[in-house]
Ligand binder design. Structure first.
Ligand code: NCD
Length: 317
């Protein structure tokens, strides 16, 4: 499929690893246009009239799924949501058969979330539609990284030269991985921090500095990104207890004081209040957590447009 090539140059968005800085900046700049649309009294543009977007979610999701649905609807696309529990997957249908059947209905974009790392790549090889990875196992979550970059740029005016501390359960976090790749491509310095059992097994595989304590990782940081403890992805006992984790690694006011005075606090959600972050910081003046959610709609509108608009078509036409 070539539609969208003139606008962007990519056929799918499967990850931020290897995503060129200019392609990422194009998404962020395009999202600025849609961010304004989402703040108007009438939040709708005709851009994707006649296009079909299928959200295929094999894992639970609140923000990402809703955000893709709203993004598609604000661009006038027809949006269909499928969750594994209500589809024929629960009757034993394979991923390949599901994709072949959806493909036969001529969707323009398939948005895929799956528990298996690499599933969206497999889907992309079996459909004529454009594929967006909405989170695959512990691998990548590129749209989250792009909305995080958009939020950082809007809050602090730039990305290049900033220090971003990504704290918590890094080992299981596709958000951490996608952010590390994208933010370093855009010129930021990235720290990973968490207990040794929750750091990636081969941290040298990432362009980051790793810390097994939170305090030194926060020293002078411009952005503090906190991650959820993903108990559902832990095979064994990687943590003594959540109480112990909160005491040693949770973000509290004393730890945040080590970051820059105007540092922002981010979290991709869902939040475990009192575990990885104090509730008062999540709701506090330095938190941009809900700005991230607002940015998510604009960034996903930008991606739907860049992948599937007609060549030469303007964002709001
Ligand atoms: C994250 C995810 O699903 O990867 N949430 C999200 O999409 N905003 C992070 C998480 O589950 O902790």
């Amino acid at each position: 499929m070539t539609a969208g090539r003139e606008a962007w140059g990519l056929t799918h968005l499967l990850g931020t690893e290897g995503l060129a800085a200019e392609d990422a900046v194009k998404v962020l700049d395009t999202a600025e246009v849609f961010f304004e649309v989402s703040r108007r009294p009438v939040r709708k543009a005709p851009t994707l009239r006649g296009k079909t977007v299928v959200n295929l979610f094999f894992e639970p999701s609140t923000r990402t799924r809703t955000s893709f649905e709203i993004a598609g609807k604000r661009l006038s696309a027809d949006v269909v949501n499928i969750s594994a529990s209500s589809s024929s997957v629960s009757k034993g249908e394979s991923l390949l058969d599901t994709v072949k059947n959806l493909d036969a209905m001529q969707p323009d974009i398939l948005v895929v979330r799956h528990t298996a790392s690499g599933a969206p790549h497999y889907v992309a090889s079996r459909t004529r539609a454009h594929v967006i990875n909405a989170g695959d196992g512990t691998h990548e979550h590129p749209t989250q990284a792009l909305l995080d970059a958009f939020t950082i740029r809007r809050s602090l005016g730039r990305i290049a030269g900033l220090t971003v501390a990504i704290c918590g359960d890094v080992a299981h976090s596709r958000v951490a991985r996608s952010n590390a790749m994208l933010l370093t491509t855009l010129g930021a310095k990235v720290h990973f921090a968490g207990p040794r059992t929750l750091l990636p097994p081969a941290p040298d595989a990432y362009p980051v500095t790793t810390f097994d304590r939170i305090e030194p990782a926060l020293e002078g940081a411009d952005v503090v990104m906190v991650l959820r403890i993903q108990r559902e992805r832990m095979a064994g006992a990687l943590l003594p207890s959540l109480r112990e984790y909160a005491r040693k690694f949770g973000l509290n006011a004393a730890r945040l004081a080590r970051a820059k005075p105007d540092a922002i606090v981010m979290h991709p959600g869902p939040i475990n209040r009192g575990v990885e972050i104090d509730g008062s910081l999540a709701d506090g003046p330095r938190s941009v957590i809900l700005d991230q959610v607002e940015a998510g709609v604009a960034v996903r509108m930008a991606l739907l447009y860049l992948l599937s608009a007609e060549p030469g078509q303007a964002p709001l036409a």
